[in-house]
Every structure is written in C-alpha cells, then in structure tokens.
Design a binder for this molecule. Structure first.
Ligand code: GUN
Length: 291
C-alpha cells in the first residue's frame, strides 16, 4: 500500500512555484498577488484562509486578506468584489465559502471576473472546464489530478466511482476524469445520496473518490483488493483528548480500507494540502495571463 502524500507533494509544488516566482522577479515581471475575502467568523474557514495567506508568503506571492463582518450585506460584498475586479495589482482572488445565509452565493460567484477567478467557480470557467478548454480548474479536483499524476496512478480505461455530486468536487471530478487528458480517459460512475445498491457499484471500482462528507462512510467491505482511494472528506469530530478539542476524520475508514488498497490518501495530509498548492498554481497562471 502506498500513501498518496499530499503534504509532501504540495510542498514540492510550492518549491517549484517559489523558483518560478524568483525567475519572474529576476526578469522584472510582476509578483503574483492573491486576495481572499472572508465574511464572518467561521472557525474552519478562518483556518483555511489563514493557510492560504501563509502559503502565499512561502512562495513569494503578495497576498491581501479582506475580512468582512458576518452582517455585511450582499451589496457591500458585491462592491468589494467589483473593487478587486478593477484593481490591476490583484491577479486573482477568492471569496471563501460558505457565506452567511443572507447572501446569495451564486450571485457572488458570478460577480467575480472570470479572468481573476482562481477558484474556478464562475460558470464561464466551469463551462470551459467541462469543454476541456484551458481555464482555472478548481483547487480540489485539480489537486486530485495532480496527486494521481505524480504517483503515476493509471486512470485510462479504469473504472472510477465518485461518491458525491457537489459543484466543487464530485461533479467536476467526474467530468475531468472522463475527459481525453493525461490523467483521465476513465469510465466514470457518479453516485450520490439517491444511489441504490452503492456497495455493488463501489465493489467494481478501480478508483474511488469519496466526497460526501460523512466520516468513515466507506468501509473495507465496500471495496475490492488493490483499489485506489482518494478521500476528500474532512469533518471535525469532538475529541476531548485533543488540545484543540477535535480530531479530523475523512469519509473513509482508513485503518481497515488501507489494508486492501494499493494507493490511499490520508486525512489530514492528503487532498487538503493539495488544494492550497493548486490555488497558488492558478494564481501564478492568472498573473502570467493578466500581465
Ligand atoms: N470552501 C471550501 N473549499 C473552498 C474553496 O476551494 N474555495 C473557496 N473559496 N471556499 C471554499
């Protein structure tokens, strides 16, 4: 069994980006600049955004964090987005999700200039991705493709089962892996909460992408020998033995499933760190494209 080490791989990617940034600076080109907007005080979201800013510092990017209170109106948020759209210093930006309930998420995502949409969430970019045209691929699916690529996990002709149909993971993942691309050409089955006889399907999978958000949902009896497992789940569960009061669980019962797997991502340290590296990659691309 081989661990798909997202922590190490993301660190390698960040080193590669650092080298590129040094070269850009040497050539007198603009230093890439990522901005992030966060609305409210959600603990997990703050942790994620903090990690994104820290990663920018590490690779030599400029970063700007825009912190707005939880009672910020939709109109105020839209005007902040417009400001970043028009700010030539900023190459790309993200609006951290989830947003407070009184704000229409779709409306917000559609307000971001597609050329600065390094999350790849704008319908224009989702459409380009679906058509296999060059665009920003959103960080989680992009990170999974990169991990499979760097560990030489064969996807061509393999049966991939995706569990979960979210707009940010399950749906794009199923599209990308079925496409004619380096990591792709797979036969993809997408499953979700209404799927019947899920185990019959997962037992036939060569590769399983678990992205449903239920801790330890996928158990050993649901997978065949030598399966490849990508665990996108990350749920905080209370644990009084931990200093911070919680531990992180994936969607896969790691201890038992790893015994049958040929490749598997851990949680934490698998897909999670990859998403940040891919956001940086998209920002570098935006910076080159927009300058
Ligand atoms: N919330 C959870 N994942 C993401 C992400 O990739 N981007 C943004 N903006 N918010 C998120």
């Amino acid at each position: 069994m081989i661990i798909l080490d997202g922590k190490k791989t993301s660190s390698d990617i960040k080193d590669e980006i650092t080298q590129e940034v040094l070269q850009l600076k040497k050539d007198g080109r603009k230093t890439p600049h990522l901005a992030a907007i966060i609305v409210g005080n959600d603990g997990a979201s703050r942790t994620y955004v903090g990690a994104k800013v820290k990663a920018c510092n590490r690779v030599g990017f400029h970063s700007t964090l825009v912190e707005l209170s939880s009672d910020t109106s939709e109109k105020e948020l839209l005007s902040k987005i417009e400001e970043l759209n028009n700010n030539n210093e900023i190459d790309g930006f993200i609006v951290q999700l989830p947003l407070p309930k009184h704000i229409d998420e779709q409306k917000i995502l559609m307000a971001v200039d597609p050329n600065k949409d390094v999350d790849g969430f704008h319908p224009t970019n989702v459409g380009k991705m679906a058509l296999n045209l060059p665009t920003f691929i959103s960080a989680t699916p992009y990170g999974i493709l990169e991990l499979l690529d760097r560990y030489h996990v064969e996807t061509s002709g393999k049966h991939v089962v995706v569990i979960g149909r979210s707009h940010i993971v399950g749906s794009p993942m199923s599209i990308l892996l079925s496409q004619k691309r380096k990591v792709g050409n797979a036969t993809v089955t997408i499953t979700h909460s209404r799927t019947q006889n899920l185990t019959e399907i997962t037992l036939k999978a060569d590769i399983i992408i678990a992205a449903l958000g239920i801790p330890e949902f996928l158990t050993a009896s649901m997978v065949k020998d030598n399966v490849t497992i990508i665990d996108v789940g990350i749920t905080r569960v209370e644990d009084s033995s931990k200093k911070n009061g919680y531990r992180l669980l994936g969607d896969v019962a790691f201890d038992e499933v790893s015994k049958k797997a040929s490749f598997i991502t851990p949680v934490p340290g698998g897909v999670g760190p990859m998403t940040i590296a891919m956001l940086l990659k998209n920002t570098l691309l935006a910076s080159k494209m927009n300058n």
